[in-house]
Design a protein around this ligand. Structure first.
Ligand SMILES: Cc1ncc(COP(=O)(O)O)c(C=O)c1O
Ligand SMILES: [Zn+2]
Length: 473
């Protein structure tokens, strides 16, 4: 039997498979489930069939928790790219490469953790932080952490072509890392339904960009046909190596909190891979004795793209009920999420929640995050909007320490922000759903640009009139 540093394990039926033996669509041939990467030290390694996988994993002993913490800290002072990366600095916990010292890296990760004092106060919470995956990551979204991992695997396996279907951020990240690796990339995006910032990135990084007259789910269907016919490495989030990179913000987060754990982490949900990846990161840290427990992981969807919520309500999450997705938070406009089962498992096993939020609630939350000097793209703001609901329903209590994962940079979708501040984003019927307090907040937060003649008196008059309006608390 071949010895490998890791195996793939079906998250549905637990069958193991050798890394190179996975089908091009990364689906289990026995049950159609998705894979996750397991290591000799994973708790699930024992339940996984080595007979079906044809590989054995060596009996690897990891350094003890304090040695690992020390090693990760030491690497911060190194000038090597692999150490400066906020993903590969933790490479001991993602040994997926034969040559772990030279991944395809753009110094991803190392993302900031901000407090949100005004939002915390408004919600009556003592502790509210935002881990901003849109800041620090080279293409401005959390997808970079997964792409550095999966693209490095593609290169090691000798692929020349990579491809993804995307609502925009995956394609931006894939195009950048593929260019870096010298590989060719094909992007399938829904025509007219992705933010300009993201579309411009995939062109900038030299991808073959195909805008299909369909939605994201339609792009996925075409992509599955393509990979059946051509030797292409699939880089959608069904690729289990993406999760290996996307789990690393959990390591960073606990380091930033000096190994204090929050009670609750909240993510926006689209294809539903990110929450599951973060859950894996926390779970592995607990298994290795780095942390004592796993925080709750909650997932927030837009009302118009809510297959997770609908399926949970209608059948307890047993089967996916796809929807025709529609939301201005284009990153999460996904009706048939590939990682539905993984997300259900993550929410259940961590004791997390889910919530759905309206277009009006997302727009308000985004403006509030902007007014804290941070900003984010609309999908990311769903986290704050969802938190408000979880607080209102008593599911989050005031002493709970909450971390929102902000997934994308505010400049990804400037059109949305401009429309909001000009007052052209929300329809009257959408605004009519806001409470009087929220309507006041919208009024206070909206800052439309004023066009004036280049005349000092006119400018002074405008500034004086603005000075008379109260600043929101
Ligand atoms: C900014 C942003 N937030 C959230 C998501 C949703 O992540 P996931 O598809 O892993 O649920 C995406 C996915 O494209 C995204 O781009
Ligand atoms: Zn299976």
């Amino acid at each position: 039997m071949k010895v490998a540093s890791h195996q793939l394990r079906c998250t549905e039926c637990s069958a193991g498979i050798a890394p190179e033996a996975a089908a091009a669509d990364f689906r289990c041939p026995l049950c159609g489930g998705l894979y996750e990467v397991i290591y000799p030290w994973s708790s699930t390694a024992d339940q996984t069939s080595t007979r079906t996988s044809g590989t054995v994993m060596p009996d690897v002993r990891l350094p003890n928790p304090s040695a690992l913490r020390w090693l990760w800290q030491e690497r911060r002072t190194s000038t090597m790219a692999v150490d400066q990366s906020g993903v590969w600095r933790f490479r001991d916990l993602l040994p997926i490469l034969s040559n772990p010292e030279s991944p395809i890296t753009l110094r991803e990760g190392n993302t900031p953790l901000y407090d949100l004092p005004r939002s915390a106060k408004a919600l009556g919470l003592d502790f509210l932080l935002a881990k901003h995956q849109g800041i620090g990551n080279p293409t401005g979204s959390f997808k970079d952490t997964g792409m550095t991992a999966a693209l490095s695997v593609a290169l090691e396996r000798g692929f020349e072509w990579v491809a993804c279907a995307s609502t925009g951020n995956t394609s931006a990240a894939m195009a950048a890392y593929a260019a870096r690796a010298g590989l060719r990339s094909i992007v399938l995006i829904p025509e007219g339904k992705i933010a300009w910032g993201k579309l411009s990135q995939s062109m900038d990084y030299g991808a073959i960009t195909l805008q299909l007259r369909t939605d994201f789910d339609g792009c996925v269907r075409i992509l599955n046909e393509l990979i059946r016919r051509l030797p292409i490495f699939l880089l959608n989030s069904v690729n289990p190596y993406r999760a290996e990179g996307q789990k690393t913000p959990t390591f960073e987060l606990v380091e930033q909190l000096e190994w204090q754990l929050p009670e609750h982490v909240i993510v926006p949900g689209g294809n539903l891979a990110n929450g599951a990846a973060l859950g894996k990161g926390f779970r592995e840290m607990r298994e290795l004795g780095l942390i004592p427990r796993v925080p709750k992981i909650s997932v927030i969807q837009a009302e118009g793209a809510n297959p997770l919520i609908r399926s949970m309500i209608e059948n307890g999450g047993e089967t996916l009920i796809p929807v025709v997705a529609d939301t201005r938070a284009s990153a999460i406009r996904i009706g048939s999420p590939a990682s539905f089962r993984k997300a259900v498992q993550t929410i259940r096993s961590t004791g997390g929640w889910m919530a759905q939020v309206s277009e009006q609630e997302i727009a308000l939350a985004k403006a509030e995050i902007g007014a804290e000097g941070i900003g984010c793209e609309p999908a990311s703001a769903a986290t704050l909007a969802g938190l408000k609901k979880l607080v209102a329903s008593g599911r989050v209590t005031p002493e709970e320490r909450v971390v929102l994962i902000l997934t994308g940079h505010t400049l990804k979708d400037p059109e949305y922000t401009i429309d909001y501040h000009r007052g052209t984003l929300l329809r009257d019927d959408e605004l009519a759903t806001a409470t009087p307090a929220d309507l006041n907040l919208h009024t206070a937060l909206r800052k439309p640009p004023t066009v004036l003649d280049a005349d000092t008196d006119a400018v002074l008059r405008t500034v004086e009139s603005v000075l008379q309006t109260p600043v929101p608390a």
